[in-house]
Design a protein around this ligand. Structure first.
Ligand code: GDP
Length: 451
């Protein structure tokens, strides 16, 4: 890691201030080269400096310099930040000056955080948390990402790893010592602990679906017959023209997706082509995609027009059709109802609570948004626990669980110990810490003393 990397840490847009970040062995020299004659900045203090071109000595900008000596820096290396004016020419001048310095090169995407990981400043799950924090679009996503970036998931993994290590240490002890040296209850304790861990991991994996939804967005599908007003309802939800609203039946031939922020929970709402027998091939494809979107949805909004005589039957069938999803029944075009018809309660006939809305006038849309937000929050979880937020985590946890199950059924202590090591390694992959041997040494030491 001999190279010193630099990059514009703030975005590419014109702004009042831009930040250039530097990390690597010559970060200090770089600061010196850019601020000739000025005293070197004290660690972690912002100092005002005129930045000059290292060769010509020409002034480039007047800004702030910060010095973060390693290893107590973000990357673990010597690092610095230059706060400059955020204009295009200023940024270009500084970046050009850095490019001209020996041993300096532009950082690759994620390289600062990668170095932080390699220097043990954060674990893999934290690095992912940093990415998620930058990508977070909603409040609940931000909370979840921050927790992960702060190491909450890493700490839980460390706790699981420690328990697995103790289990492995005991199993290893049964290989090394004859049976009579060890009390039978220690075997029972191991068995109990393995059961316990198995139950916890199972629960964790089940719950991970919610954390993943919060990261990727809760999937909402808007279904219903053609012309029910699905596109119009989606447009109302999005507050903008997302799907083209047409009066002719079957115009929504593909699935239109809109990202929404419902009370902090990210939602991907899909307007599906009218679910009916398709008239032509293109429409048939639309219907197929609509079915797939609806089948995968966490929340299904079933829209029918109040004027549609088939509406009550549709609503009755909807819950059975989407057993895995939360289903909201919506009666659209309530503006077409006469007072009498409204009073007779068209949805009541099916015995299902139906939300009356009018995509045209906006009536009832607020209530629909509230219900949708509640259903989405339910599907995503509030993001309060430090769960497994990615498929990668879930796969590692599932592998750990499988190894643990094998260990419980293992015919001999050495096979049991081997499976426990595999379980440990699987958990280690979540945080990128797979130094199983070192950890075993530690536990063995404590085990032998305390035995
Ligand atoms: P989709 O096929 O289910 O997506 O239905 P659209 O959103 O394309 O709407 C079909 C037709 O119904 C269009 O002519 C809309 O203007 C009309 N429409 C949609 N919502 C309402 C509503 O709340 N009231 C009335 N009166 N017409 C509506």
């Amino acid at each position: 890691m001999a190279e010193t990397i630099y990059a514009l840490a703030s975005g590419g847009a014109k702004a009042g201030i831009a930040v250039i970040r530097l990390s690597g062995p010559s970060a200090g020299e770089v600061v010196r080269a850019l601020t000739p004659g000025a005293p070197f900045p004290a660690p972690r203090r912002a100092v005002r400096r005129v930045f000059r071109h290292p060769q010509s000595g020409r002034a480039l900008d007047d800004g702030l310099a910060l010095w973060f000596p390693g290893p107590r820096s973000y990357t673990g290396e010597d690092a610095a930040e230059l706060h400059i004016h955020g204009g295009r020419a200023v940024r270009a001048a500084l970046l050009d000056a850095l490019a001209a310095l020996p041993g300096c090169r532009l950082a690759e995407p994620g390289e600062f955080t990668r170095r932080a990981f390699l220097n043990d400043r954060l674990d893999l799950s934290q690095a992912e948390g940093v990415v998620d924090l930058i990508e977070a679009e909603t409040e609940a996503q931000r909370r979840q990402a921050l927790r992960q970036a702060e190491g909450a998931l890493g700490r839980r993994c460390a706790a699981w790893a420690e328990r697995l290590m103790r289990l492995a240490a005991h199993a290893e002890a049964w290989i090394d010592f004859p049976d009579e040296d060890l009390p039978a209850e220690s075997r029972d304790r191991n068995e109990f602990e393995m059961q316990q861990l198995e139950a916890e991991l199972t629960q964790e994996i089940e719950g991970s679906v919610r954390s993943e939804r919060l990261r990727d967005g809760v999937r909402v599908a808007i279904v219903g017959p053609p012309n029910a007003g699905k596109s119009s309802v989606l447009n109302r939800l999005a507050g903008r023209e997302a799907a083209i609203v047409h009066a002719r039946a079957g115009t929504t031939r593909d699935v239109v997706e809109v990202g929404l922020d419902l009370a902090g929970v990210p939602v991907v709402a899909a307007d599906t082509a009218g679910l009916r027998e398709a008239a032509d091939e293109i429409e048939a494809e639309g219907v197929r995609r609509a079915r797939a979107a609806a089948a995968a949805a966490d929340v299904v909004v079933c829209v029918a027009a109040v004027t549609d005589p088939a509406a009550p039957a549709l609503w009755t069938d909807a819950r059975a059709a989407y057993p895995e999803a939360a289903v909201l029944l919506v009666a659209n075009k309530s503006d077409l109802l006469t007072q009498d018809a409204a009073a007779s309660g068209i949805g009541g006939a099916a015995g299902e609570p139906v939300l009356f809305v009018s995509a045209q006038t906006g009536a009832g849309i607020e209530v629909l948004v509230d219900r949708l937000a509640a259903a989405a929050a339910e599907a995503a979880g509030a993001g309060e626990e430090a769960g497994l937020t990615r498929a990668r985590h879930r796969e590692a946890a599932a592998e750990c669980l499988a190894a643990l199950r094998r260990a419980r059924r293992a015919p001999s202590p050495d096979l049991e110990a081997e499976d426990l090591r595999l379980a440990l390694r699987a958990i280690g992959r979540i945080t990128g810490k797979v130094d199983v041997e070192d950890l075993l040494d530690v536990v063995f030491r404590d085990f032998c003393i305390g035995k």
